[in-house]
Design a protein around this ligand. Structure first.
Ligand SMILES: C[S@@+](CC[C@H](N)C(=O)[O-])C[C@H]1O[C@@H](n2cnc3c(N)ncnc32)[C@H](O)[C@@H]1O
Length: 278
């Protein structure tokens, strides 16, 4: 698949990946990059603007190797769709976009039609929301972090998109309220984090929450509506994801890994997904 995001995976291996996001090259940890890398340490060091140094679970820091900017822009352009994301060397190793999710953006661009209602739960900086809004969808973007919602709204502004409804709330709580209100959606996309902060700040593990999330969102789907579930969890398997769909009487039409490829043909699998029809 030709990249529409201005992104390139340059090399990966030995637990790290070297990637270019727009004008910036970053060296980040990647637990799934478990084979040997191709380029030398010196080549990585010479190319990278910044490196994330891991110092344990969800902690670490960015090292400025060569003029690592505090913020920069990264463009997405596919056919007549174009949008812009503001990136930053951010919390944990994240920068503001998950490039492997381009497959979902392309799916939404193709299938969302003007007037379709789209719910993006755990929406982060808004890439799926922008893809859906650009296709004419009426998009509800939900994230529990105020600063992340502001970031997503800046991305929409940079992309000349003014139609997205921003909801700063717990995803499950919002979905449950929507269910009570009788709201329906044509597309629901959710990418819940492996660990999260739930109602009243209670910590949850994805594998415990997933059945409830899928059950509630299934209730929000219009007949023939689509649920896209994505996860980076190492303990939730594709088979379990599919089982959850079947248990909720959804027809799982697609499942697999989201990956990024490198010019030499190697592929790095990063997250699992299912697409199911109501
Ligand atoms: C893995 S990111 C999602 C990435 C997104 N799919 C994308 O590609 O841009 C997880 C997001 O979930 C949000 N989040 C964490 N716990 C949440 C909760 N209980 N309710 C809503 N959002 C939550 C975080 O603030 C973060 O933005």
């Amino acid at each position: 698949m030709e990249n529409s995001l201005d992104y390139e995976l340059i090399d990966f291996g030995n637990g790290r990946k070297l990637e270019r996001f727009g004008k910036c090259i970053l060296n980040r940890p990647e637990i799934l990059a478990n084979k040997p890398k191709t380029l030398s340490n010196e080549a990585w060091q010479k190319m990278a603007h910044g490196q994330y140094s891991d110092s344990g679970k969800e902690t670490g820091k960015w090292i400025n190797i060569n003029d690592l900017p505090a913020q920069w822009l990264c463009e997405y352009a596919s056919a007549n769709k174009q949008w812009t994301l503001e990136l930053t060397p951010g919390k944990y190793k994240h920068v503001g976009v998950f490039p492997e999710q381009e497959k979902h953006w392309k799916y939404l661009e193709k299938h969302v039609k003007p007037g379709h209602r789209v719910l993006n739960l755990f929406g982060y900086t808004g890439a799926s929301s922008l893809a859906s809004a650009n296709a004419g969808g009426d998009v509800f973007h939900v994230d529990s972090s105020k600063s992340v919602i502001k970031w997503a709204a800046r991305n929409a502004q940079l992309s000349d998109v003014s139609t997205i409804h921003w909801v700063c709330d717990d995803a499950l709580k919002f979905a449950e309220r929507e269910l009570k209100r009788g709201s329906k959606y044509d597309f629901i996309i959710m990418d819940p984090p492996v660990f999260g902060q739930g109602k009243k700040g209670v910590r949850w593990k994805l594998e415990n929450l997933l059945p409830q999330l899928v059950k509630t969102t299934t209730g929000l789907l219009n007949k023939g509506g689509i649920l896209i579930l994505n996860t980076y969890s190492p303990v939730v398997s594709l088979e379990e994801m599919e089982e959850l769909m079947v248990k909720n009487s959804l027809n799982c039409t697609k499942k697999g890994w989201l990956s990024v490829s490198i010019q030499d043909g190697r592929r790095l699998n990063l997250s699992k997904y299912t697409i199911a029809k109501g």
